[in-house]
Ligand binder design. Structure first.
Ligand code: NAD
Length: 421
């Protein structure tokens, strides 16, 4: 059932929209409410002047989109990348709404981004961009309003600058304004590993459902940043065989299994995946087509499209990245009977532990890593099982089931609150 035009296939917000429409119609949601929930609440564009290290002044463009604040404060990362667009941030903000609802945490959805290349900026320039971006958003951010986190191109240090800038303006240390902070500033134990740990839990649940064993699974991971590298490490420790990995520089393949601890050491030193001895070199995108049982796209959007979905050999796809698969590719994967654990479920471990971080900051009482991991596991398992039973009950894919569950929860809250006019 193709309901997105081929020329719009790579527009991520359109892709969110077609899945939303399919799920909302299946739920029989009133057209008016569909319209409200499909549309963002607020979109802010910020022009950020920065004196660069060479003395020149540059103006960067940044965005913050709040898609929905119905179930709680906005929640969503800040992305620094030359490829940031408003369309992308809008889609990512909506996905955050659905993701928070799938795992049933009391947040809405938001996302931010700045068009810049962090690899080409000095630390001082990055700090200047971050502080001005935060200062311009002062009225919209806050523990009860909108709580950012790291995403592509941002890290714990960027979150520390956001927290400091906000705190200086409101005249009190406000740790709960961001998550993904350094532990010394109110960050949570287990947050850095949370998205990868959530992916491992999602893989384990998928295997349980399909009656497969960890030790017989060959895994390929595309992307070796925070999410990809942690997923590789945890899956390797759990007994999965990692046979392929890649980053933006290229990929590696070893059908006998890559020595993941050695790979992590190599990446630490070389700052890139290619070059590990004992593996075959493959192209960055070629890893998608390797012989394997489980494929984990953990890099960027739109890597599995109608042009290449038929070349994928994996039986299971666990979407660690946001939006790696287009709506047109969904249909091909469904025809091939590939079991797809959708992004808004598979990578929800990160936002779940962000929620724990926000709770701990507000309580001023910090949990052990074992407590964090145990609660994460409980929430991921419950959400996975909820989505599976929704899929079975409504005879839809896990992706549409996840959207249905999420939309149902947000629509219910919206109806209870009513439309303020
Ligand atoms: P990151 O910047 O740490 O890493 C991204 C990785 O992808 C890098 O290794 C980069 O080299 C690689 N990459 C980029 N383009 C590639 C390509 N064409 N082929 C192969 N590799 C490529 O980012 P991250 O935090 O790991 O996030 C990865 C994805 O996971 C994003 O979609 C992000 O939105 C999503 N995500 C992240 C979190 C989190 O907690 N960090 C949570 C949920 C979802």
């Amino acid at each position: 059932m193709a309901i997105i035009a081929a020329e719009k296939e790579l527009l991520v917000y359109e892709n969110m929209g077609v899945r939303f429409d399919r799920a909302a119609s299946k739920l029989g949601l009133d057209k008016g409410f569909q319209h409200v929930l499909r549309t963002p609440t607020k979109e802010i564009t910020i022009y950020i002047p920065v004196v660069m290290d060479n003395g020149a002044i540059e103006v960067f463009v940044g965005y913050r989109v709040q898609h929905s604040l119905v179930r709680g404060p906005g929640k969503g990362g800040i992305r620094y990348s030359p490829d940031v667009t408003l369309d992308e941030i809008r889609a990512l903000a909506s996905w955050m709404t659905w993701k928070c609802a799938v795992v049933n945490i009391p947040f809405g959805g938001a996302k931010g981004g700045v068009i810049c290349d962090p690899e080409k900026l000095s630390r001082r320039e990055l700090e200047a961009i971050t502080r001005r971006y935060t200062a311009e958003l002062l009225a919209d951010l806050g523990p009860e309003r909108d709580v950012p986190a790291p995403d592509l191109g941002t890290d714990e240090q960027v979150m520390a600058w956001v927290m400091d800038t906000y705190s200086m303006h409101v005249r009190q240390a406000t740790t709960a304004v961001v998550t993904g902070k350094p532990i010394e500033l109110g960050g949570s134990r287990g947050r850095r590993e949370a998205t990868g740990r959530g992916c491992l839990i999602a893989c384990d649940r998928a295997l349980r459902k399909l009656g497969r064993k960890r030790t017989q699974q060959r895994v390929v991971i595309q992307g070796f940043g925070n999410v990809g590298s942690v997923t590789a490490k945890l899956m390797h420790e759990a007994g999965y065989k990692i046979v392929g990995v890649s980053d933006v520089h290229g990929g590696l393949y070893n059908p006998k299994g890559i020595d993941v601890p050695k790979l992590l050491e190599h990446v630490q030193q070389a700052q890139q995946v290619p070059g590990l001895a004992g593996c075959d070199a493959v192209g960055a995108d070629e890893v998608l087509y390797l012989e394997c049982d489980i494929l984990v796209p953990a890099a960027v959007e739109n890597v599995i499209t109608s042009r290449n979905a038929d070349r994928i050999k994996a039986k299971i796809i666990v979407e660690a990245a946001n939006g790696p698969t287009t709506a047109l590719a969904d249909e091909i994967l469904e025809e091939k009977k590939i079991f797809v654990v959708p992004d808004i479920l598979a990578n929800a471990g990160g936002v779940t532990v962000s929620y724990f971080e926000w709770v701990q900051d507000r309580m001023g009482y910090f949990w052990t890593e074992a407590m964090v991991n145990e609660r994460l596991e409980q929430m991921m398992v419950a959400s996975f099982d909820d989505v599976c039973s929704y899929a079975e009950r409504h005879d839809v894919s896990l992706r549409i089931a996840a959207y249905m569950l999420a939309i149902d929860r947000v629509a219910f809250a919206l109806k209870l609150r009513g439309l303020y006019a």
